[in-house]
Design a protein around this ligand. Structure first.
Ligand SMILES: *[C@@H]1O[C@H](CO)[C@@H](O)[C@H](O)[C@H]1NC(C)=O
Ligand SMILES: *[C@@H]1O[C@H](CO)[C@@H](O)[C@H](O)[C@H]1NC(C)=O
Ligand SMILES: *[C@@H]1O[C@H](CO)[C@@H](O)[C@H](O)[C@H]1NC(C)=O
Ligand SMILES: *[C@@H]1O[C@H](CO)[C@@H](O)[C@H](O)[C@H]1NC(C)=O
Ligand SMILES: *[C@@H]1O[C@H](CO)[C@@H](O)[C@H](O)[C@H]1NC(C)=O
Length: 952
């Protein structure tokens, strides 16, 4: 998938010690858990005064915090967050009523839990205070170690009372993970000594591991922080240093400027001996204050980061201009932390922490994304974890927006198609994202990102940008809800008159965000009266299309129209919005001999189908010199939509395949991109039929000229797109048996076969292995098999897995697969584990040759296999599934039905599998019966026209 997991923050429910290492990104669960334990809100903080003293050499820390808080509703309890591993040594609550009561200290007493507790009260009565590590049940599970404490008072505190909650605490730093307050080390290149550093990672709710606090995003208050550090180290915090204590003693106390209101997860500090580069980011055009920026790293690594400052200044200036609001803090410190473990950078406020390799890498996408969080997340903060979903999607969109504008297009130039295609595939499944919540998160977030993109195009860039500025100036230093974003955009669009009354962005966005589906739009032109009917419904690609409640799905859809007689791709304002209407009629369409395009540039995330005449006009136009008047994203879209609609059964393959004819002259990577998925998906689908051979010839004819032109070797200074195009065309050519490729692969493989000790390592590049196992000799394949059998335990298991996968999944020759099955299943060779066998079965579903061979093997050896797997129901289930479910033709249906009849009572726990399999095969057979003849006829025509180019 694309890189979205990295964008998911906030969503981790870290409520118990046991769950700390489990980085769940299950939004639903996170909501449930976090809202169950929401702080009562009776007492809320106004500010924190914190003194933190880490001991880098010993791995522990101590601290004291004074929380100024207000009683919002009268209560006898103060509830706040504190991780169970954080130890409280002293706790004192002072109540300062707003009238003229005096404070008076009671002598400290101890409660049975062993904390020293002091209660300072305004009244003279003797008070007992109890502190409970509260035990809150979450759902049906009992969470014993809760991360809250509730302090029970024996008197009621009145609304409006101001409290000082003072706590002394201590805890241990994390040593091997990047969580809470952690330490890590590196070797100093000069002295060869181990150097410690201490740093923080507070997202999403780990501040409670470091100090007691109100650890929810909504409580944004100022921090006054003092950090105590060894005098030879340096402490960096969100804000600049204000003053330091006497430097002659070993421990020095650094007091930092008071922060603006900020959430607990924005808190950050680093104590280290790292070196830095320092510059001032100033902007002569925009009148914003200078920012002091420093980039920190090991002394021997800092060289590699010289370009970071330039990239950061560029991004910061762009973002200041975009938000119309200055970078919100006086300093920006960026760290390349040695041995930093986290999967994503820490985007605290004013203090970013990266892996060394990430910060030194090419491009600025990563950096820009973390910088966007400085505004969206730190300056304006999602009120609750659930609003973080929209926040993340917007951050990603603005990052893409900035990256494209700044001109770092090289590493980025297939945004947003990769992401878009994956969500097209995902949301059009019968069961989108199955039960996998991580995929659900990813695809929902990607969809929301694309909704922002759609709004940018349809409202216009100016309205979009000004809407964002309106939002930011309204919500800065505060929190926001998702709806605040839509509201600002609506207000701006009203002001700019770019959105007709009474449409609101809230309604538009809602119709896209709340569904796990996307629409498909069908355009049917009436060439007699120059009208076009536009019709929307749920987009379903995987068959059968028997999704319940389809008629209930309706979207707000922008109809952006391009007409051949007045081609203008600049104007992206919708001609009209489909307002959750099933169908509308467009008048005044162009003449019958000119095409129209709806939804150019993938403005909205939905495919578009046309009537055959319009498709044919498009296909023909694309084959002319004028092709490039249609921008490349739109060319790609037309091609991608066409074959996917055919794949779904909504368009004739003859029409769809005509849309590939223009590729003969096409050399842009983006336009080719959809072809590789076409070859993959359709190839897999038809590989059990005789048509497949013709399809492979077609693929060779399509790709060979391209590949020859690109050349075998990369050229100096060529673009990533070109390199990509070369490697993709090569991979796909090899799969179809392109001779030069196979010879090259075999030559590379021979080096391995000639090795004295071939088990020591594998000198063959991965790209060559599959072609050799597929098209190569039995000896070559057997050599691979022996390498698995003799795989030394000292080598990486992943290399063995790769070998096993290719050895199973690639061959064309059934006898190779039979041999593997004999060894592993019948002979039960001890070199193969159950997991290996499981993997073998699942790999065999990838090609007709694989699953047909497996089927025959199962049928022939039924009784033996059944005995072998008697006490391994998982494996039994797996072999039945892999051997039966993926057939796609009548022949396959007959084979599986026959087996079912023969062995009706013997399937055991796999009974339901076979019934489901038969249902699927029937559906696929219908598809094959409908489509294979059409595909074959088209391919015959194509091959006839290209007869001269076919090499046998
Ligand atoms: C506590 O916060 C309130 C409200 O911000 C403020 O008026 C008061 O001065 C603060 N008190 C202390 C002791 O900091
Ligand atoms: C980190 O290491 C120190 C020193 O070895 C140890 O006392 C401490 O418990 C460790 N921290 C954690 C969270 O395991
Ligand atoms: C910094 O950028 C320049 C120019 O783009 C490039 O030549 C140089 O290799 C880069 N330096 C590093 C350390 O990446
Ligand atoms: C935003 O929309 C404008 C057209 O209004 C378009 O030119 C621009 O490329 C879009 N930007 C992004 C990042 O989608
Ligand atoms: C971005 O793309 C444009 C046009 O495609 C090109 O002129 C420019 O050099 C590219 N920028 C970078 C940084 O590669």
């Amino acid at each position: 998938m694309w890189r979205c997991i990295a964008g998911v923050v906030f969503l981790v429910p870290l409520l118990t010690a046991a769950s700390i290492n489990k980085r769940s990104i299950d939004l639903i669960a996170a909501h449930g858990l976090i809202s169950d334990t929401k702080l009562p809100g009776d007492v809320t903080p106004n500010s924190y005064t914190l003194k933190l003293h880490p001991y880098p050499d010993h791995g522990n820390f101590s601290g004291e915090i004074s929380i100024n808080a207000t009683v919002q509703h009268q209560t006898k309890q103060v509830v706040l967050h504190k991780h169970p591993d954080l130890r409280i040594n002293l706790l004192r609550v002072v109540q300062i009523l707003p009238s003229d009561y005096e404070s008076r200290t009671m002598s400290p007493n101890s409660n049975e839990k062993g904390y020293k507790v002091q209660m300072l009260k305004t009244t003279w009565e003797q008070t007992t205070v109890s502190i409970e590590d509260s035990r809150i049940s979450v759902g049906s599970r009992k969470v014993n170690k809760q991360s809250m404490i509730s302090i029970d008072m024996d008197t009621v505190m009145k609304t409006g009372a101001v409290l000082e909650i003072y706590i002394e605490f201590e805890g241990y730093m994390f040593n091997d993970t990047t969580e809470g307050l952690f330490r890590n080390s590196y070797i100093d290149p000069e002295t060869k000594q181990k150097k410690w550093y201490v740093a923080t990672f507070m997202r999403p709710n780990l501040a409670r591991n470091v100090f007691p606090c109100f650890d929810e995003p909504a409580y944004k208050v100022p921090f006054q922080v003092t950090i105590i550090r060894p005098k030879h180290m340096r402490a960096i915090f969100n804000m600049p240093l204000e003053s330091s204590s006497d430097p002659s003693s070993y421990w020095v106390a650094d007091r930092f400027q008071r922060t603006p209101p900020m959430t607990t997860f924005s808190f950050a500090m680093v104590i280290s001996e790292l070196s830095h580069i320092s510059i001032n980011v100033s902007d002569s055009e925009v009148y914003f204050p200078d920012i002091k920026m420093r980039v920190w790293a090991r002394p021997d690594f800092i060289e590699a980061l010289t370009n970071v400052t330039t990239k950061v200044s560029k991004s910061v200036k762009f973002l200041e201009d975009f938000w119309g609001s200055p970078y919100p803090l006086p300093e920006l410190n960026i760290f390349a932390l040695p041995n930093y473990q986290a999967t994503k950078p820490a985007d605290s406020w004013g203090l970013l922490m990266f892996k060394e390799s990430e910060l030194s890498s090419k491009g600025s996408w990563h950096l820009t994304q973390e910088l966007v969080y400085q505004w969206l997340g730190a300056l304006a903060t999602p009120f609750w974890w659930s609003d973080a979903h929209i926040n993340n999607a917007l951050v990603r969109y603005i990052t893409a927006y900035a990256t494209l504008k700044i001109g770092e297009n090289e590493t980025f130039n297939n945004w947003p198609t990769t992401m878009l295609y994956s969500i097209y595939y995902e949301f059009s499944k019968r069961y989108p994202h199955g039960k996998n919540t991580a995929i659900k998160q990813d695809s929902s977030s990607a969809k929301t990102e694309l909704v922002f993109r759609m709004l940018n195009y349809t409202l216009g860039e100016t309205t979009f940008k000004h809407g964002m500025q309106r939002f930011m100036s309204d919500r800065q230093f505060k929190t926001f809800f998702g709806d605040d974003i839509w509201l600002s955009l609506t207000e701006q669009a009203r002001f700019d008159k770019t959105l007709p009354e009474p449409i609101t962005i809230n309604e538009i966005a809602g119709s896209w965000i709340t569904k796990d589906r996307l629409p498909v739009v069908t355009v049917t032109r009436n060439y007699n009266d120059n009208t076009a009917k536009i019709y929307q419904r749920v987009y379903l690609r995987e068959r059968p299309h028997d999704v319940p409640d389809q008629e209930k799905f309706l979207w707000w859809i922008p109809v952006v129209l391009i007409r051949q007689d007045k081609m203008n791709f600049r104007n992206t304002t919708p001609l009209i919005w489909m307002m959750k209407e099933r169908e509308i009629i467009l008048q005044d369409m162009p003449a019958a001999d000119t095409f129209i395009i709806i939804n150019p540039e993938e403005i909205g995330p939905f495919p578009v189908n046309y009537d055959t005449e319009n498709w044919n006009m498009l296909a023909e136009y694309l084959q002319t010199e004028n092709r490039t008047r249609i921008p490349v994203y739109t060319r790609a879209k037309l091609l991608h939509d066409a074959w996917n609609l055919a794949y779904a059964g909504d368009l004739s393959f003859a029409t769809a395949l005509n849309m590939t004819l223009f590729l003969k002259n096409e050399r842009e990577y983006l336009a080719w991109d959809p072809v590789f998925t076409l070859i993959d998906h359709i190839g897999k689908h038809i590989d059990s039929s005789a048509v497949h051979k013709k399809f492979q010839t077609y693929v060779r004819l399509l790709l060979t000229p391209l590949y020859q032109e690109l050349g075998n070797e990369p050229q100096e200074g060529e673009s990533e797109g070109r390199a990509h195009l070369r490697s993709s065309s090569k991979v796909f050519l090899c799969q179809t048996g392109y001779k030069p490729c196979i010879e090259e692969a075999q030559a590379a493989f021979k080096k391995w076969m000639d090795c004295k000790n071939p088990d020591e390592g594998n000198p063959v590049a991965n790209q060559y292995i599959c072609p050799v196992f597929k098209w190569g000799t039995k000896e070559e394949w057997e050599f691979g098999l022996q390498r698995i059998i003799r795989f030394p335990p000292s080598r990486k298991p992943s290399e063995r897995t790769y070998l096993l996968k290719t050895l199973t999944g690639c061959p064309n020759d059934p006898s190779k697969i039979e041999r593997l099955l004999n060894i592993t299943v019948l002979e039960q060779n001890g070199n193969f584990t159950d997991n290996d066998i499981y993997l073998i079965f699942s790999m065999l579903t990838g090609s007709a040759n694989g699953y047909t061979t497996l089927f025959n093997f199962l049928r022939k050896n039924w009784d033996t296999i059944k005995t072998r797997f008697e006490d391994k129901p998982m494996l039994w289930n797996s072999i039945i599934t892999s051997a039966t479910t993926v057939f796609k033709t009548q022949e396959g249906l007959d084979m599986v039905s026959k087996l079912y009849l023969e062995r009706r009572t013997e399937f055991g726990n796999a009974d339901f599998v076979i019934e489901k399999a038969l249902k699927n095969i029937r559906e696929e057979t219908r598809w094959s019966n409908d489509n294979l003849p059409v595909i074959e006829k088209w391919l015959d025509g194509y091959l006839r026209n290209n007869e001269d180019k076919i090499d046998c």
